[in-house]
Design a protein around this ligand. Sequence first.
Ligand code: E4P
Length: 296
Amino acid sequence: MASKIRTTKILVDGGDPEETRRISSLIGCVDGQTTNPSLVAKNPEIQRRIASGHKFSLEEQNDEYKRIVQDISPLVGDAGVSIEVFADLSTTAEQMLAQGEDMFSWIPNAYIKYPCTYEGLRAAKMSVEQGIRVNITLCFSQSQAAGVYAATQSSKAPAYVSPFIGRLDDRGENGMDLIKNIQRMYKDGDGHVHVLAASIRSLDQLLACFALGVELVTVPTKVLEAWIAKGQPMPDQNFVYRGVDAAGKPLKPILYEEINLNKPWTSFNLRHDLTTKGIQKFVADFEGTLQQAQSA
Ligand code: E4P
């Protein structure tokens, strides 16, 4: 049975340029990269400096983030490098936008990551109006993805939406259904939003994304290395994704909703508890690095 030709762009999900270099040399080229505050906090150079007793100031943290994405930028293709703004639950759109404007000037191929919240989408809307490319992260519902579509409609470049598969699976819901539902909903749209499947934890999830033909996937090096070790297989027509948890128990399906994309972005339900938890985790990881450093 013939295998599918890969149309999906591959991004490395990480915060270490060495990993990107390694994957790129193994598969020929990497299309892009996503970073986030948790991944940057794990960067080996940051960890080494913390271990040697260095105390990072907020400004130094920002400089380190900039250095890391500047190292990665020339290693990747046209899917660019996604850089995440620092946002807690009270950060305003204007505060996010100010960071986004600065970060967008760091490298020529930046995408600015904003959280999928009311303030995050307000920042994204203002960003695309001034030509800043965006990636809306921490998306856990079809309604949030509809909000992304409506808020970024004036974008000249493709806007990315990042639905998180693994974190839905973690609580027993089939994250792959969310990807399918968003793709189906976007079929009625103008194509300006590209699905960037995120929070990929297994080879099976990666193959399922290839089978669905999602525009982009962001993948941790561990999963990419497993795919490479198997000879970079592609799913054939018999491929079936088994949505099961670690114990082999079927995940709960996420049902498709009929949503009209042509409504104002503010009319969509943008709330999701996993988005809130995700923001809190990124803040904790980011501040954890500073605290570790300060108490070292
Ligand atoms: C990428 O943009 C996401 O931040 C990342 O895929 C999240 O993955 P995780 O759920 O494994 O932390």
